[in-house]
Design a binder for this molecule. Structure first.
Ligand code: GLC
Length: 483
C-alpha cells in the first residue's frame, strides 16, 4: 500500500514537471525551437528568458526520449544558422565556428528573428566554449534517437561540424592536447579560477571529437578526420594520466621532485608539493576511490572535485573502467559531502576566505558553499543517474532521485541550493528553472530504461586509436592507470 502511495506521488511530481517543462518551450515563427532558462515571473528575467544551449541539453534529451524530436531538430537547425561562417576581422565579434551561449526571439516591425548572445551581452562578457561542444553532442543524440543520419549529413551540418572542429583544433600557444580556455567558459560562467585546462571542457571536447568523428562524412573532410584521429588518443591519455588523483597517485605527487628540466622529468608540470592540500585529501580520499582533478597546468593541479567533468568522463568513456568505478566509489563514500540533501554539488570543496576573495574577485554570488562555489545543482542529477547506470550502480541514482523528489516540487524547482549539505534554496536561485525540471525527468527516465544512455554515452575507443595512444610517450611512470 505504501509503495502504491509512493508511486502515485512520484507520478504526480513527474506530471507537474512535465507541465512546467511545456511552459518553458520557446516558439519562433510558430515552431518550438528550444526552452527558456527559467519561467520565474517573481524576479527580473535578465537573460533567463533566453534559450541557453547548455541548459537546453537536458530538455532536448527528454524530448528525444518522449518522441518530441521535432523540437530538437528545429533547435539544431536554427542554432546552426546563428553560427558565424566567415572569418571575423573585428576582434569584438564571435569567431568563425562558435555556437552562442544563448538566443532569444526578437520582434521588429512585426517580423520575428533570433538574436544570439556569444558573450557580448553576458555578465563579464564570457565566451561560451561549451556551447559548440554540447551542440555536436546534441546532434549525435538526435541521430541516435531518430536513427536518421540525414540531418547530420546535410552539407550545412557538415560545414557546421567542420567549423567547430577547426576552432577547437586550431594551433594555440601551448603544446598540450587539451583545450586552453578562459575562465567562465562553461556551466560555471563566472570567475572561479578555472581558466587554463578545466576538466569540464576537456571532457566535453573529448566527447565532441568522438561524436564529430562518427558524423563527419570523410569525403572533403579527410583533413579534419585525420586531425581528430591524431588528437583523440593523445587527449585521452593525457587526461587519464595527468588529471587522475587517487591515493596511489597522491603518494607519488607527495614525493615529487621539482625544477626538473628536460626529457627525463617525472613531475612534468612542476607541481609544488605545498600547493596541494595533502592532509585533507589523505583523510578524504577513500581507499578505492579517485577522481579527475579540476585543472592541470604549469605548477597547477587544482584538486577540487568538479561534478560535470567527472560524471561526463564516465559517460563519454574518457575515464577507464577502473577510474569510472573509483569515481563512483568516491561519490558513494563521500555522499554527505558531494550529494548531501540535494544532488549534487557542482564542485567540492568551496573556495573560502582569502582564496575566495582573490580567485572569484569577491563575487557575492559565489560566496563559499553557494552557486558555483560548491552550491548544489539539481540538473546534475541526470549525469549522476547516467554515470550510475553505466557503472552498474543504479541504486546510487535511485537514492539521489528519492532525495530530490522530496523537495523539488515543493521548492518550485530551484536553480540551485546553498550550504554544505544543500539544504538552503539558493540565495539568488530562480524558481521553475528549466534544467532543474528536465534534469529530474531525465534522471527518472534513465532509471526506468537504461537503453536511453546510448543518447549520450560512448563505447571504448577503437583499438587502433588506443594503440596510437600507447605510442605516445607517457613519462609519468609513477601511476597505476592503464589505458
Ligand atoms: C547561469 C549559469 C549557467 C546557465 C545560466 C542559465 O548563468 O551559471 O550555467 O547556463 O545561468 O540557466
Amino acid at each position: 500500500m505504501q509503495k502504491l502511495n509512493e508511486l502515485l506521488t512520484n507520478q504526480t511530481i513527474e506530471d507537474s514537471a512535465w507541465k512546467a517543462l511545456e511552459k518553458s518551450i520557446l516558439y519562433y515563427k510558430g515552431r518550438p525551437v528550444g526552452t527558456v532558462a527559467a519561467v520565474d515571473v517573481s524576479v527580473e528575467a535578465l537573460n533567463y528568458d533566453q534559450c541557453f544551449i547548455r541548459d537546453f541539453v537536458s530538455s532536448a534529451l527528454i524530448f528525444l526520449i518522449k518522441g518530441r524530436a521535432d523540437i530538437v531538430r528545429n533547435f539544431l537547425e536554427e542554432t546552426l544558422k546563428l553560427q558565424p561562417k566567415d572569418r571575423q576581422l573585428d576582434a569584438y565579434k564571435p569567431g568563425r565556428g562558435l555556437i552562442p551561449a544563448s538566443f532569444k526571439v526578437v520582434t521588429d516591425n512585426g517580423e520575428e528573428y533570433l538574436e544570439a548572445d556569444f558573450g557580448e551581452h553576458a555578465i563579464a562578457r564570457v565566451t561560451p566554449v561549451d556551447s559548440c561542444l554540447w551542440w555536436i553532442l546534441l546532434l549525435r543524440a538526435y541521430v541516435v534517437a531518430t536513427k536518421d543520419f540525414s540531418l547530420a549529413y546535410q552539407p550545412e551540418f557538415q560545414t557546421g561540424i567542420r567549423l567547430i572542429m577547426e576552432i577547437c583544433l586550431a594551433n594555440r600557444f601551448d603544446m598540450y592536447p587539451t583545450l586552453l580556455v578562459p575562465d567562465g567558459a562553461c556551466m560555471i560562467d563566472r570567475r572561479l579560477g578555472i581558466y587554463g585546462h578545466p576538466l569540464e571542457l576537456q571532457v566535453l571536447f573529448y566527447a565532441a571529437l568522438r561524436a564529430a568523428r562518427e558524423m563527419l562524412v570523410c569525403q572533403g573532410n579527410q583533413d579534419v578526420v585525420e586531425a581528430i584521429d591524431n588528437r583523440l588518443p593523445l587527449l585521452c591519455a593525457h587526461i587519464r594520466q595527468h588529471y587522475w588523483i587517487d591515493i596511489h597517485r597522491l603518494n607519488a605527487i607527495y614525493r615529487f621532485k621539482s625544477e626538473e628540466y628536460g626529457k627525463t622529468a617525472v613531475n612534468l608540470f612542476n607541481i609544488y608539493v605545498d600547493s596541494i592540500p595533502y592532509y585533507e585529501l589523505d583523510k578524504w580520499l577513500p581507499k578505492e576511490g579517485g577522481y579527475m582533478a579540476g585543472n592541470v597546468g604549469p605548477s597547477q593541479l587544482d584538486t577540487r572535485f568538479f561534478a560535470v567533468g567527472n560524471l561526463m568522463s564516465i559517460i563519454s568513456d574518457l575515464a577507464t573502467e577502473e577510474q569510472s568505478q573509483a569515481i563512483m566509489t568516491l561519490i558513494e563514500d563521500r555522499w554527505e559531502d558531494l550529494v548531501g540533501d540535494m544532488p549534487m554539488k557542482i564542485c567540492y570543496p568551496a573556495l573560502e576566505d582569502e582564496e575566495y576573495r582573490i580567485v572569484t574577485g569577491c563575487d557575492p554570488k559565489n560566496i563559499p558553499w553557494s552557486y558555483h562555489n560548491a552550491g548544489s545543482w539539481p540538473v546534475l542529477m541526470w549525469m549522476l543517474a547516467a554515470a550510475s547506470v553505466k557503472t552498474g550502480k543504479p541504486y546510487l541514482a535511485a537514492k539521489a532521485l528519492e532525495i530530490a523528489q522530496g523537495r523539488l516540487l515543493e521548492d518550485e524547482w530551484p536553480e540551485y541550493y546553498d550550504g554544505k549539505k544543500g539544504r538552503l534554496i539558493g540565495k539568488q536561485a530562480r524558481k521553475y528553472q528549466t534544467w532543474t525540471i528536465a534534469g529530474f525527468l531525465l534522471a527518472s527516465e534513465l532509471m526506468k530504461d537504461a537503453s536511453h544512455l546510448s543518447l549520450v554515452s560512448f563505447e571504448k575507443l577503437p583499438p587502433e586509436l588506443i594503440s596510437r595512444a600507447c605510442e605516445f610517450e607517457i613519462r609519468s611512470v609513477d601511476t597505476s592507470v592503464s589505458l
